[in-house]
Write a protein that binds this ligand. Structure first.
Ligand code: SF4
Length: 352
């Protein structure tokens, strides 16, 4: 099955193109004060290593906005300034050299203020994300949350287009799956701007990843979506790991090795959950390394009953006995591996 992507216009964010036939880009946010430059840069580097392609930073005061100048000089990823309430922070962020501005129509809606920001965006030649959240959308007396989001987005788009500005990305995030999917589906047929997909306030990493997968998965399957953010109450890199799995599972992107592991049962004599978690985290952090870009299938199986057979299907696999595992490559047993060494051994094999 091949996904037929919606035809959207191409927008440039720093050196990255989104929309059209460009790959669906992964984005996340830093989760510390933007004025804390060292911490922000550390998180941006971690995000970049994890495979993030666009990073957004909360700009809540003038200090944050001015800090963006230094962050921009050091960071490699395209930077998006996230602006609420005070349009002057957007002007300052543009001055600091960011690659995109996100405005929330729920709290920056005066035409004169939008006009000023758009003039700054035009001069800097950078795009705007019209980023709606169901929690802050102004009441437009429509019936459903999805209709409110769509109406509000269209109204804002019209204002911005009125200033002859079309360098736009749109997001319509509701806090539940059905409203989010409905809003994006409706808007997708009403404009050709690239869509930034996300569900807002999803909750714990477990529930959040599932809600995001259902919402983003169903939209992406229908060809809708040019960039995604998986919002999780967790460290930023886990949002990127989740986004990568969503895109890979739909065949939209390939990031490198993927793990197949058994669910375990009474036959498993080792802590397979711990091994898989450790391997997954370490792999996700190294997938952009030049040696590990190959789309390998790595099997981690809990016992020697079904394990070896299933591990044989993978490029590299390990099937465990009581305390040691048997390493397989392309279906052939290679050597015994001690439980304590198995993650390191697999990582070395993957990097070869
Ligand atoms: S591979 Fe072994 S341990 Fe894992 S689920 Fe199958 S039988 Fe159970």
């Amino acid at each position: 099955m091949q996904i037929k992507r919606r035809k959207s216009r191409v927008i440039k964010i720093g050196n990255l193109l989104i929309g059209g036939n460009n790959p669906v880009a992964i984005q996340s946010m830093t989760k510390c004060r933007t004025a804390d430059i060292d911490k922000v840069l550390k998180q941006i580097r971690e995000l970049e290593n994890a495979g993030c392609e666009i990073v957004r930073l909360a700009v809540k005061d003038i200090q944050d906005a001015r800090s963006l100048k230094k962050i921009k000089r050091e960071a490699k990823l395209p930077l998006v300034a996230d602006i609420h309430f005070d349009y002057r922070l957007a002007l300052e962020a543009i001055e600091s050299g960011v690659d995109k501005i996100r405005l929330n129509p729920g709290n920056i809606y005066k035409k004169e203020e939008i006009r000023e920001v758009v003039a700054g965006l035009k001069a800097a030649k950078i795009p705007l994300r019209i980023g709606l959240n169901s929690g802050s959308v102004r009441d437009l007396r429509s019936k459903s949350a999805a209709d409110k989001l769509v109406k509000s987005a269209l109204e804002y788009i019209r204002i911005v287009e009125g200033f002859k500005f079309y360098n736009i990305v749109v997001s319509l995030k509701a806090s539940n799956v059905l409203d989010t999917v409905s809003a994006y589906n409706k808007l997708s047929g009403l404009c050709d701007y690239p869509l930034h997909l996300g569900v807002t306030a999803t909750g714990s990493p477990f529930a959040g990843a599932i809600k995001s997968s259902v919402a983003l998965g169903s939209l992406l399957l229908g060809g809708i979506g040019d960039t995604i953010r998986v919002s999780l109450t967790d460290i930023p890199v886990r949002e990127v790991y989740a986004a990568k799995v969503i895109l890979e599972s739909l065949g939209l992107r390939k990031f490198g090795p993927s793990i197949i592991s058994c669910p375990t049962c009474g036959r498993c004599a080792v802590d397979l959950v711990k091994i898989v978690r450790e391997l997954e985290e370490k792999l996700a952090a190294m997938t952009l390394g030049p040696k590990s870009r190959k789309a390998l299938r790595i099997a981690v199986m809990g016992c020697v009953v079904n394990g070896p057979g299933e591990a044989k299907e993978a490029d590299i696999g390990v099937a465990f006995g009581k305390s040691a595992g048997l390493l397989f490559k392309k279906g052939k047993p290679v050597k015994k591996v001690a439980y304590a060494d198995c993650v390191d051994v697999l990582l070395k094999e993957i990097a070869k």
